[in-house]
Design a protein. Structure first.
Length: 164
């Protein structure tokens, strides 16, 4: 029964299917390790080897990672070298991003001073509207529960770190 189902509804050209799968694998936001595992599985039985396999692997990598590898001092020659460099550079990149998030984008020039976490938008003039009409007395329900905030940068009250 299984053979009959496979014969009627199964893949008639497994090699062509593997090649299509190999050519459509993209790294996307995944880590390089996952992409390499999927690529290796798809490469088995595809008939691709050597330079053709490397070209398909390069095509599936994220553009920044691919460019970083191709601009490196020793451009990989074998597919295993490509796997290893992709793993190395992807891990280094993800570690750098994690440290930026952890340390809030410290400037490399002075380790004791933090740089701004987000760049300040340029000041702009707000469009002038008509005269402000008072709407009555504002509600003071939460005023007693609010406490004054302090700057995380200098520790003084009355302003935020982005305005320090």
């Amino acid at each position: 029964l299984e053979n009959e189902i496979q014969r009627r509804f199964g893949d008639t050209d497994k090699v062509a299917t593997k090649i299509i799968h190999l050519r459509t694998i993209k790294q996307g936001d995944r880590i390089a390790e996952e992409h390499i595992q999927d690529f290796r599985k798809a490469a088995i039985g595809s008939g691709y080897e050597g330079r053709a396999l490397i070209e398909e692997f390069k095509r599936g990598l994220n553009q920044p990672l691919r460019e970083r590898i191709m601009m490196s001092e020793n451009v990989p020659i074998t597919i295993e070298d490509w796997y290893n460099k992709a793993l190395l550079y992807d891990r280094n990149y993800r570690n750098m991003i994690a440290e930026k998030k952890l340390y809030g984008g410290m400037s490399s020039g002075n380790p004791g001073q933090r740089g701004p976490a987000f760049p300040q938008p340029p000041p702009y003039a707000r469009p002038q509207s008509g005269p402000v009409i008072p709407m009555g007395v504002p509600m003071d329900v939460d005023r007693g529960q609010r406490r004054p905030f302090t700057c995380y940068n200098c520790g003084r009250p009355g302003h935020m770190a982005r305005n320090c």
